[in-house]
Design a protein around this ligand. Structure first.
Ligand code: ASP
Length: 401
């Protein structure tokens, strides 16, 4: 690639070439060639990202908390962040339900026959168990297993410990700051590989899923993408403009590298390092971004909420059921709360869809109708998920100034 292009342009070129290669390899031996030789390179890139994400979250979050040097300030920011996340997720699911019902009322959804389908949902967790699982019972396991929410809890405690210990913890504080700079440098090196990573991740997905997009489910996918788009344009633009004082165009331009990575990797957690960089470049305070973004990658899933709304309406329609207003309110509440327990990894949203369907008494087997194209829904919903995290970080950062 010619020297001098900026990273976002290089990523865009990578994405474009990857899609092109995928389209060219849709038939014959193409798919297996891509899966054998190209996908592993994408996996190496994703592994590197996953390897850096734990130290980055741990050290940057502790550094962020310590630099605020005020427990009240941290609690205040945490509360604001959670409210912001719950409200935007609520909007997301309402947009999903509204638009899907609109399309359903003019009969554009394909009438697929759900009889004979099977889908067995994973054991769903009780909401209280989700909360219990936030808290680690030892300090090593969460780091070894990259359990994000538990790493966040550890970081908060260590940060608080350093603040309370005061002068006695000055060495610990400098060590954290110093280690954080080392890992940020490593992260930069890895992020520079994004164009190749994006290229290698997207090509096999396009080759494998290309034909499915033009299948009977194309309409449902289109409706979900319309909602993703509307949510970003209406909700995030309004928020970054009104609260963050950033022009929406500048925001979307700034977040673009993270969006492309989210699209090709379908993982909010995997996109976190790039998202941190993009969001800080747009002016978010470091200590805010390093707190709000890891939390968002774990609990804030607006795209996933939209997907649930759209798929619930679609699956109900296939069973000849029209959702009542009461059922829709249940969907809004279940999806909003359930999103907190969803991991920011590919395919996690399907587990939540089972919960949502169960909450309104729809057969979970209906998931089999959309399961085959889940990756296509997932790419879009992950883009929305990480864009929402960034918008929140920018807004919170502004309100703390
Ligand atoms: N893949 C999504 C994410 O990482 C989660 C989901 O499956 O909805 O944000």
């Amino acid at each position: 690639m010619k020297k001098g292009f900026s990273l976002p342009i290089k990523i865009l070129i990578g994405l474009f070439l990857g899609v092109l290669l995928g389209l060219m390899c849709m038939h014959g031996m193409g798919v297996s060639f891509l899966k054998t030789y190209i996908q592993p390179i994408g996996t190496i890139f994703l592994n590197l990202i996953k390897f850096i994400v734990v130290p980055i979250v741990l050290f940057s979050m502790i550094e962020g908390i310590v630099s605020m040097s005020d427990l009240k300030k941290v609690m205040h920011m945490g509360l604001k962040t959670i409210i912001f996340y719950l409200v935007t997720t609520g909007f997301a699911i309402i947009i999903g339900l509204f638009v899907a019902n609109l399309f359903n009322s003019i009969n554009v959804f394909p009438m697929l026959d759900p009889s004979g389908l099977t889908y067995s949902p994973n054991e769903g967790k009780h909401f209280m168990q989700v909360i219990v699982d936030f808290f680690p019972s030892n300090i090593v396991a969460p780091l070894a297993n990259a359990n994000m929410i538990q790493i966040i809890v550890i970081s908060i405690f260590v940060g608080f410990g350093i603040i309370i210990a005061g002068d006695k913890a000055s060495e610990a504080k400098s060590l954290i700051i110093s280690l954080n700079s080392v890992f940020v440098q490593i992260m930069e090196l890895i992020i520079n590989l994004s164009p190749i990573g994006v290229f290698c991740l997207i090509a096999p997905v396009v080759a494998e899923n290309g034909p499915k997009v033009i299948s009977s489910l194309g309409m449902v996918i289109l409706v979900a993408y319309i909602c993703y788009f509307l949510h970003m344009i209406i909700v995030y633009s309004t928020m970054v403009m009104g609260i963050g004082k950033i022009k929406p165009m500048d925001f979307f331009k700034g977040i673009f590298p993270a969006m492309t990575l989210a699209f090709s990797s379908a993982s909010s957690v995997g996109t976190l390092p790039v998202n941190l960089e993009c969001t800080e470049k747009m002016g978010a305070k470091k200590e805010v971004a390093s707190f709000v973004l890891p939390l968002g990658a774990t609990i804030n899933m607006d795209g996933t909420a939209i997907y649930q709304g759209v798929c619930t309406v679609f699956i109900a329609a296939c069973y000849g059921i029209n959702l009542t207003l009461g059922q829709m309110v249940t969907v809004v509440l279940t999806a909003t709360i359930a999103s907190i327990g969803t991991a920011g990894v590919p395919g996690a949203g399907v587990v939540m869809l089972a919960m949502v369907l169960q909450s309104v008494g729809l057969p979970v087997e209906g998931i089999a109708l959309v399961y085959g194209v889940d990756r296509i829904f997932d790419m879009g919903r992950t883009v929305v998920n990480i864009t929402g995290d960034s918008a929140c970080a920018l807004c919170i950062s502004k309100t703390l100034k």
